[in-house]
Design a protein around this ligand. Structure first.
Ligand code: MRU
Length: 317
C-alpha cells in the first residue's frame, strides 16, 4: 500500500503529487510551486478522488501562506478547480483560521485515519467468500492513503471475507482499470477488470455479492454523487437484490443539502470521451438514497432513513 506522503506531500516551497494520470505505466511526480499550480493539478486530475482533492487544497493553502501569496486569491483559485467533490470546499473552510503546514498535514493524517475506521466497519458487513464489485477508484490514491471503498476491500481481504473483486474499468478516464486494479494487485487481492457495460451481466450471472463505491458528495437524505455510472450500478443492484454500500468519510457529507438535486455535476472536456465526434462528458451522477443499502463512515454503518442516521456523521473536532 502506498505511503500517504507518496501520494501527496508538502515540502518547503512546493506541494508534490504522484501523477495519477500516468499510473500504472509510470510513477512520476508533479511539483507545484503556487496555489494556482495546485489548482491546475486538481483540475487536470494529477491528483483526484474527493478526500485527496481536499488534502491537495489544504496543502495548496499552506503553500500559499508559506510563500506569501494572497490567501483569498489562493482560496478562490483552488475552490474553483472542480465543483462536485465537497471535500474541496470542506478542506478550504477548515484551513481558513489556521493555514499552516501542520494543520494541512493533520487534515491529511485524519483522512487516512478515517479511512481505516470506515474500512473496518464496512468489512464487518461481509460474509466469507464474498465477491465484490467496485466502480472508479476509491483507494489510497483517491483519499491520500489507505482508501475508502478499496480500503474496505483490503480490510475484508485481511479478514478472509473477500475472494474476488470485479473492477469496472470506468470510462472515460479508466480510474478502475488503471488505479484500482493497480492497488488491488499491490495488495495481492484477486480481481478482474470488466467493461462498465459488463457489470449487469455479471450480476445476472450471480457473480456479484456486494457493491462498494466511494462518494464525492452526500446530501442529508443519502443522495450520493459519485463517478458517472454509479447510479446505473445502484439500479442494477436493486433489481438483482445485491447490497449497494457507499463508503465515505464524514468530510464528504454535505449537511447543507437536504437532497441531491443541488449537487453541482462537473461536465468535463468532451474529448475525454472522443475527439472525433460530438460528445457529452458528465463526470458524476447522483444515486438516490433509497437505492443505497447503507452509507459507511468512520462513525459506523448508517442505514435509512438517512436524515436521522447521517445527522451524527460529522468530522470529529
Ligand atoms: O473524477 P475522479 O477520479 O476524481 O472521481 C473520483 C470518484 O468518483 C471517487 O469514487 C470518489 O471521489 C471517492 S474517492 C474516495
Amino acid at each position: 500500500m502506498l505511503e500517504p506522503e507518496r501520494i501527496a506531500r508538502l515540502e518547503p516551497g512546493r506541494v508534490v503529487f504522484l501523477d495519477q494520470r500516468k499510473l500504472p505505466l509510470e510513477e512520476v511526480d508533479v511539483a507545484c510551486g503556487t496555489a494556482a499550480e495546485v489548482a491546475d493539478a486538481i483540475q487536470t486530475m494529477v491528483v483526484r478522488g474527493a478526500p485527496a482533492i481536499g488534502v491537495a487544497a489544504a496543502y495548496g493553502i499552506a503553500l500559499a501562506a508559506e510563500t506569501g501569496e494572497d490567501l483569498d486569491a489562493a482560496d478562490a483559485v483552488l475552490r474553483a478547480s472542480r465543483p462536485t467533490a465537497v471535500n474541496l470546499a470542506w478542506a478550504l473552510d477548515e484551513m481558513r483560521d489556521d493555514p499552516s503546514a501542520e494543520h494541512a498535514r493533520a487534515i491529511h493524517h485524519d483522512e487516512v485515519a478515517r479511512c481505516r475506521a470506515m474500512a473496518a466497519h464496512a468489512a464487518e458487513l461481509l460474509q466469507p467468500g464474498t465477491r465484490a464489485l467496485t466502480h472508479c477508484n476509491a483507494g489510497g490514491l483517491a483519499t491520500g492513503g489507505y482508501g475508502s471503498a478499496v480500503g474496505a476491500l483490503v480490510a475484508a481481504w485481511e479478514r478472509d471475507l473477500l475472494t474476488h473483486v470485479w473492477v469496472d474499468e470506468t470510462r472515460p478516464l479508466l480510474q478502475g482499470a488503471r488505479l484500482t486494479a493497480w492497488e488491488l494487485e499491490a495488495a495481492g487481492i484477486p480481481h478482474a477488470v470488466i467493461a462498465d457495460s459488463a457489470a449487469a451481466s455479471q450480476m445476472a450471472a450471480g457473480e456479484v455479492d456486494v457493491i462498494f463505491t466511494g462518494a464525492d458528495r452526500i446530501a442529508r437524505n443519502g443522495d450520493t454523487a459519485n463517478k458517472i455510472g454509479t447510479y446505473g450500478l445502484a439500479v442494477l443492484a436493486r433489481y438483482h437484490g445485491i447490497p449497494f454500500y457507499v463508503v465515505a468519510p464524514s468530510s464528504t457529507i454535505d449537511h447543507s443539502l437536504a437532497d441531491g438535486g443541488a449537487i453541482p455535476i462537473e461536465e468535463r472536456d468532451p474529448t475525454e470521451v472522443t475527439a472525433r465526434f460530438p460528445a457529452r462528458n458528465p463526470a458524476f451522477d447522483v444515486t438516490p438514497g433509497e437505492l443505497i443499502t447503507a452509507v459507511v463512515t468512520e462513525h459506523g454503518v448508517h442505514l435509512a432513513p438517512y436524515p436521522e442516521s447521517l445527522r451524527s456523521a460529522v468530522v470529529a473536532p
